[in-house]
Design a protein around this ligand. Structure first.
Ligand SMILES: CC(=O)SCCNC(=O)CCNC(=O)[C@H](O)C(C)(C)COP(=O)(O)OP(=O)(O)OC[C@H]1O[C@@H](n2cnc3c(N)ncnc32)[C@H](O)[C@@H]1OP(=O)(O)O
Length: 202
């Protein structure tokens, strides 16, 4: 399997692949200054064979979205660390990565190319849009809806039934008790928007 990206996030993705015994054919990053990641040499040329599947190991939601378009057709599976607990009724889209210790509960639906980071909890019936990132130790209660491209920060929590609009950023430690609009940054307890931005992930 090809790993696209060679940043810190890629180190964790590579660790998951090692734990799953998935053979890494090459790690690609166009940045020629990057030479090695863990025990892997970094390839700077796009020398992908057509039939080989890939994972995008890039933490930035917008960059991950761009790369998913660029290499469309190469993504077939989700990568899930063996220590994560995923209910059999949950669905996880292709290209998504579930990190160590995460919990994804019954009937949760996780989109494509999402990151469910270390120790995050996604409760029953949550729906998470493509390219979202649920940061380490963030907790989503039941029936939460997360728009495409959202980042929920470290240790943030969202109470049951609330929704967060596309491309919003929820600050570390925030507690979401009201719906949050698209394309804003919201912080605090209770979380409130402090600014809005234009750019969209998809
Ligand atoms: C494995 C990994 O590493 S995964 C990575 C996980 N990373 C995270 O979860 C980080 C989440 N990001 C944050 O919390 C950021 O601070 C953000 C996105 C909320 C804000 O970042 P920026 O847009 O750069 O805003 P900035 O840093 O200028 O802060 C704006 C104001 O909000 C305050 N603020 C920033 N973050 C928070 C927060 N999480 N909670 C409360 N207040 C905050 C700042 O102190 C500042 O206040 P001031 O204007 O009174 O000085």
């Amino acid at each position: 399997m090809i790993v696209i990206g060679a940043s810190g996030h890629a180190k964790v993705v590579l660790g998951i692949m090692e734990a799953l015994d998935i053979a890494v054919t090459l790690v690609y990053d166009k940045d020629v200054a990057k030479k090695k990641i863990k025990s892997y040499s970094i390839t700077h040329e796009e020398v992908f064979s057509n039939h080989e599947t890939a994972v995008i190991a890039v933490g930035n939601n917008k960059v991950r979205s761009r790369l998913a378009k660029q290499y469309k057709g190469k993504f077939t599976v989700a990568i899930i660390h063996p220590s994560a607990i995923v209910d059999p009724s949950a669905t996880i889209g292709e290209g998504s990565v579930v990190m160590p210790g995460a919990i994804v509960n019954a009937d949760a639906q996780i989109g494509k190319h999402c990151i469910i980071n270390s120790g995050a909890v996604i409760e029953h019936d949550c729906v998470i849009g493509d390219f979202a990132h649920i940061s380490p130790k963030a907790v989503l209660a039941g029936n939460v809806t997360i728009g495409a491209g959202v980042q929920v920060g470290l240790n943030a929590s969202v109470i049951q039934g609330k929704s967060i609009g596309k491309d919003a950023i929820i600050g570390a430690g925030a507690v979401v008790v009201h719906n949050i609009p698209s394309r804003c940054t919201a912080i605090g307890v209770p979380a409130k928007p402090i600014k809005f931005h234009d750019s969209a992930t998809i």
